[in-house]
Design a protein around this ligand. Structure first.
Ligand code: UD1
Length: 416
């Protein structure tokens, strides 16, 4: 079992370059299926979820060539629409292949997608939206089948701005017959990146106000070269690490305007932030203060993916903090492990109360999902003594090399 070993009580000083974004790369890789030719994606993060997506694409007949951080995807001759259970069960994002495969081949079948254990993750909105576009979907309990004799554009209003459902509809709509008007859709930066990529391929997508997209279907898309942007969640995790451990770090390439909710929270907690064209300078040399209450939500609210790393920082702030989780109903699992380190967090339904003012103690703890695992590494940096985070595999799903990055910031962190 892979793990991370962290020597605690460290302040962070140094510079790290932020890797390419997982949540931008995965849907864009899925969207490459819509293009009968070779798309070249630069700056793809070297993480296990991207590897998993490469294997899925290969299994349905795509040519996939990876050279460093460049991935070339040749979807000219797709041979199948049945997604391999072994990989689909590992990764939630495989559901995003439904839209492009329906668009390109008119059919898709897959087992129920897996992913991190952070609460219920139904796909009813995906199914309802694709059905409205003319797909017939059948679920026999273990396998999902969807087929269509040609998707058609229509008006779709999502019940909730789901990121994945928004991406699926966009990908289904770019080759559909007619115009799709998508309302109450997600506005996360990764949606804009997917639209950018598809527009480079010749898709017609217009933003008609907040949460509203108009997509005019085309008969064919063309290949393009696209660079995956920096990962706002990785940048945010390292910002939380500096907040928790103290010090001064430069996050090279940290995207501007994508982490405003976190940056405002960090300033309330006593951090000094300086934005330069090259990245973000984070300084926390004085006391760490409670930010009061923070509530997660869809963009531009505080991102649920940074809730756990912030929880680790809040554990040591002066005064009580509260964290309200409104996106996933099972995302406080990490509190139990943080409590083993002395955080004293109490969770009631969607609200965590963090008493603060605690000096965490290094322990052997266990990651149970991606962002919670990263939060335990953050906690380990500022704990008294040494921490061993087991199940590093979860963290590797989203972080290229968290040990390398934190060592660049001066921490004593080893992989085991
Ligand atoms: C994506 C991100 C994930 C992030 C999340 C919210 C990727 C690969 N993953 O996940 O990192 O935490 O957005 O920002 O980009 N829901 C339904 N029915 C559906 C779909 C969603 O009820 O059909 C619910 C979910 O259970 C959840 C909420 O909507 O409570 C948000 O989910 P969604 O935005 O779809 O997240 P993902 O796309 O899975």
């Amino acid at each position: 079992m892979k793990s991370v070993y962290i020597r605690g009580n460290a302040s962070l000083y140094g510079e790290v370059t932020i890797q390419g974004s997982k949540n931008a790369a995965l849907p864009i890789m899925a969207a490459a299926l819509l293009v009968p030719g070779v798309c070249v994606l630069e700056n793809c993060p070297r993480i296990s979820d991207v590897e998993c997506m490469c294997r899925i694409l290969e299994s349905i007949g795509c040519g996939v060539v990876r050279k460093g951080r460049q991935i070339r995807i040749d979807a000219a001759s797709l041979t199948g629409s049945r997604l391999p259970g072994e990989y689909v069960a590992r990764m939630r994002s495989s559901v995003m292949l439904m839209g492009p495969l329906l668009g390109r081949l008119g059919e898709v079948s897959l087992c129920h997608p897996g992913g991190c254990v952070i609460g219920d993750r139904p796909i009813d909105m995906h199914i309802r939206a694709l059905s409205r576009m003319g797909a017939s979907c059948r679920d026999d309990g273990s396998l999902l089948f969807a087929s269509s004799c040609g998707l058609r554009g229509t008006l779709i209003r999502l019940d909730y701005p789901s990121v994945g459902a928004t991406e699926n509809v966009i990908m289904a709509a770019v080759l559909a017959d007619g115009v799709t008007c998508l309302e109450n859709c997600a506005q996360e930066p990764e949606i804009a990146r997917l639209c950018e990529f598809l527009t480079c391929c010749g898709a017609s997508i217009a933003r008609k106000g907040p949460g509203r997209l108009m997509i005019r279907g085309q008969s064919r898309l063309r290949p393009c070269v696209y660079t995956i942007p920096a990962d706002r969640i990785v940048a945010g995790t390292y910002l939380c690490a500096c907040l928790a451990a103290g010090g001064e770090v430069f996050l090279r390439g940290a995207p501007a305007g994508e982490n405003d909710a976190l940056e405002k929270t960090a300033e309330r907690m006593g951090a000094g932030l300086e934005r330069t064209p090259a990245g973000l300078l984070v300084r926390r040399t004085g006391s760490l203060l409670s930010p009061g209450e923070v509530t997660t939500g869809s963009f531009p609210s505080f991102p649920t993916d940074l809730q756990s790393p912030l929880l680790a920082a809040m554990a040591q702030a002066e005064g009580e903090s509260r964290l309200k989780e409104t996106v996933f109903n099972g995302r406080f699992g990490v509190a139990e492990e943080l409590n083993r380190m002395g955080a004293g967090i109490t969770v009631e339904k969607d609200l965590a109360r963090i008493p603060g003012g605690r000096k965490l103690t290094g322990r052997r703890v266990r990651a149970r999902e991606l962002r919670g695992g990263a939060a335990l590494v953050v906690a380990g940096l500022c704990a008294r003594g040494d921490t061993l985070v087991e199940n590093r595999g979860y963290v590797d799903r989203g972080y290229e090399d968290i040990c390398r990055d934190l060592r660049l910031l001066g921490a004593s962190v080893q992989e085991g």
